[in-house]
Design a protein around this ligand. Structure first.
Ligand SMILES: [Zn+2]
Ligand SMILES: [Zn+2]
Length: 68
């Protein structure tokens, strides 16, 4: 009985979480990825541009808030 429940749960997950990019809704190749590489690029870049300590945007490495 539990295997049937698990199968149903997996099917439900597939239905609730289709392998589509969360940002542009394009279908994804790998179901493990939530965002396609094209949408990841600006996200990763924005993360790089933020201060690693206080996360203020556009600070880069020379953050005035942290004065490191
Ligand atoms: Zn995308
Ligand atoms: Zn900072």
């Amino acid at each position: 009985m539990w295997s049937r429940v698990r199968q149903f749960g997996a099917a439900l997950l597939d239905f609730a979480l289709p392998p589509h990019c969360l940002a542009c809704r394009q279908p994804l190749d790998a179901a493990a990825e939530y965002v396609c590489p094209r949408c990841w690029a600006p996200i990763l870049k924005a993360r790089e541009d933020r201060c690693p300590r206080c996360s203020c945007p556009g600070a880069g490495r020379g953050c005035a808030n942290c004065a490191v």
